[in-house]
Design a protein around this ligand. Structure first.
Ligand code: HEC
Length: 140
């Protein structure tokens, strides 16, 4: 019981802290959170790399679904152009310069990372991979 109250209190504390954390902007906050997670799993972490993010975006993987072996299977090879899902649903461009409203909702970003990384890599992406990929798209 005590534990549950503590949990509820920390949720309230988190809810109160979130708007303040938003001052730097939701995109910067996400990168900062991913950087802490990357550093926690590898103390030698030295920052995100747009080049590694580009490789992740274009690489063909064998561990996921056969019809979607790469991020580009749905998002297309041109980051500033739209893509299409296997069912034919149009997807807006992933490059921030082409879709300036993207990556402001961390829940949406996490939801799609989870879903898409599982489809393409057959596993969730690491914090390093997510940070690299976002850094690549933010610079596109
Ligand atoms: C099966 C098709 C498909 C594949 C493959 C795919 N995506 Fe996506 N992705 C989508 C769809 C559909 C959306 C949601 C629609 C949208 O945001 O326009 C989306 C959205 C996202 C978002 C959320 C963007 C936002 O605005 O918040 C991220 C992040 C993302 N994808 C990353 C990836 C990464 C990384 C890969 C490769 C590991 C990948 N996707 C592969 C279909 C795909």
């Amino acid at each position: 019981m005590k534990h549950r109250i503590g949990l509820r209190l920390s949720c309230i504390a988190l809810a109160l802290a979130l708007p303040l954390a938003g001052v730097a902007g939701p995109r910067e906050d996400q990168l900062a959170r991913l950087a802490s997670a990357a550093r926690a799993s590898d103390p030698a972490f030295a920052g995100f790399s747009a080049a590694r993010g580009k490789t992740l975006h274009t690489q063909v993987f064998a561990g996921g679904k056969a019809d979607t072996p790469a991020c580009t299977s749905c998002h297309g090879t041109d980051t500033r152009a739209g893509g299409r899902s296997p069912s034919g649903k149009a997807i807006e461009a992933m490059a921030l310069s082409a879709s300036p409203s993207r990556y402001t909702d961390p829940a949406k970003v996490e939801k799609w990372f989870r879903r898409n990384c599982n489809e393409v890599l057959g596993r969730e992406c690491t914090a390093l991979e997510k940070g690299d990929w976002l850094t690549f798209m933010f610079g596109q």
